[in-house]
Ligand binder design. Structure first.
Ligand code: AMP
Length: 284
C-alpha cells in the first residue's frame, strides 16, 4: 500500500493507473475509520482495479465555532485498517498542501444546499463541494463512493457532478448502524459519554416510528415532522436542530406525502452533533 501526501504525486499515480486501463475506485473520508467507511471501502475494492481512500479533515467545511480542532484523528490505526482491507493508496495531504494560498475559487451548489444541514452549518456544503472537486482532480477516479448517512451531502455531490460534467460515477451506499441501538455509525460518536450514547438512540427510534406512522397511512408532512420534533425534544440531553419530512430530490419540506419521502434529523446530544435519515417508500 502506498501513502501519498502530495497532489502532484497522486495525479501522476492516477495517470499511470489510467494508462494501464485500471478502473480507479475512490472513497473520500475524514478518517477515524469505522464500519460505515468499511462498507464503502469493501464495495470499492470489489468493483474496481485500484482503490484509493483519502483521509483529510477539510478545514474549510467547518465554521469557526465547530469541531475542526478536536475532530478525531487516528492516522496510524486508519493506515493499518486500510492495509488489511486491501486499499492500494491512501491519499492524505496536509491542509497546507490542499490550500496552499488564499483560496479564491470555490464550488457552490444552490437550492438543495439551503435547507437541512445547510441552514445550521453555513460553511459545510461549499467546503464539501470544493474539497471533493479538488480530491477528484487529484485522484481522477472512475467511481467515487459516499454514504447515505450524509444524504444531503450525497445529493449535493451528485448534482455538482451532473451540472459540471465531472466524468465520475457516484455510488451512494446504505447507512451502517450500531447493532441493537440502531445508532448510525459516525466518527463523532467517539465524543459521546456513556449517558449521551444511551440517549443517542433517540434518533433512530424517532425515524423508525415515523416510518411506521407512514406505513399506517399518515400523509401529513407537517404533522409527522411535528411529531418527530416533539419526540426528540422529550428526550433528556437531546437538543433538536431539525426534524424534517422532505422531497427526496428537492430536499424541500413536504406538506403532503405521496409515495416517497426523506425523513431527516440533526440533533445535539450534549456537545455532539448527530445526523440521521431514512427514506420511506410506499410498499408495492
Ligand atoms: P466522513 O469521514 O464522516 O466524512 O465520511 C466519509 C464517508 O463515509 C461519507 O460519504 C459518509 O457519508 C460515509 N459514512 C459515514 N458514516 C457512515 C455510515 N454510518 N454508514 C454509511 N456511510 C457512512
Amino acid at each position: 500500500m502506498e501513502i501519498i501526501s502530495k497532489i502532484k504525486t497522486m495525479q501522476e499515480t492516477a495517470d499511470s493507473l489510467r494508462h494501464e486501463n485500471k478502473r480507479i475506485g475512490f472513497v473520500p473520508t475524514m478518517g477515524a475509520l469505522h464500519q460505515g467507511h468499511f462498507s464503502l471501502i469493501n464495495a470499492a475494492k470489489k468493483e474496481n482495479d485500484a482503490l484509493v481512500v483519502s483521509i483529510f479533515v477539510n478545514p474549510i467545511q467547518f465554521s469557526p465555532e465547530e469541531d475542526y480542532g478536536s475532530y478525531p484523528i487516528a492516522l496510524e490505526k486508519d493506515t493499518e485498517i486500510c492495509k488489511q482491507m486491501g486499499v492500494d493508496i491512501i491519499f492524505c495531504p496536509e491542509a497546507t498542501e490542499m490550500y496552499s494560498e488564499r483560496l479564491l475559487t470555490t464550488v457552490n451548489v444552490s437550492e438543495i444546499t439551503s435547507g437541512l444541514c445547510g441552514s445550521f452549518r453555513p460553511c459545510l456544503f461549499q467546503g464539501v463541494t470544493t474539497v471533493v472537486t479538488k480530491l477528484f482532480h487529484a485522484v481522477k477516479p472512475h467511481v467515487a463512493y459516499f454514504g447515505q448517512k450524509d444524504y444531503q451531502q450525497a445529493a449535493v455531490i451528485k448534482r455538482m457532478v451532473m451540472d459540471l460534467n465531472f466524468d465520475v460515477e457516484i455510488r451512494v451506499l446504505p447507512i451502517v448502524r450500531e447493532e441493537g441501538t440502531g445508532l448510525a455509525l459516525s466518527s463523532r460518536n467517539a465524543y459521546l459519554n456513556p449517558e449521551e450514547r444511551a440517549q443517542a438512540g433517540i434518533l433512530f427510534e424517532t425515524l423508525r416510528k415515523a416510518k411506521l406512522m407512514l406505513d399506517d397511512g399518515e400523509r401529513d408532512g407537517v404533522k409527522l415532522s411535528s411529531w418527530m420534533k416533539e419526540n426528540i425534544e422529550g428526550s433528556f440531553l437531546a437538543l433538536l436542530e431539525y426534524a424534517e419530512v422532505c422531497d427526496t430530490e428537492t430536499l424541500k419540506p413536504l406538506l403532503q406525502i405521496e409515495t416517497r419521502a426523506l425523513l431527516a434529523l440533526a440533533v445535539k446530544i450534549g456537545k455532539t452533533r448527530l445526523i440521521d435519515n431514512m427514506i420511506w417508500e410506499q410498499a408495492g
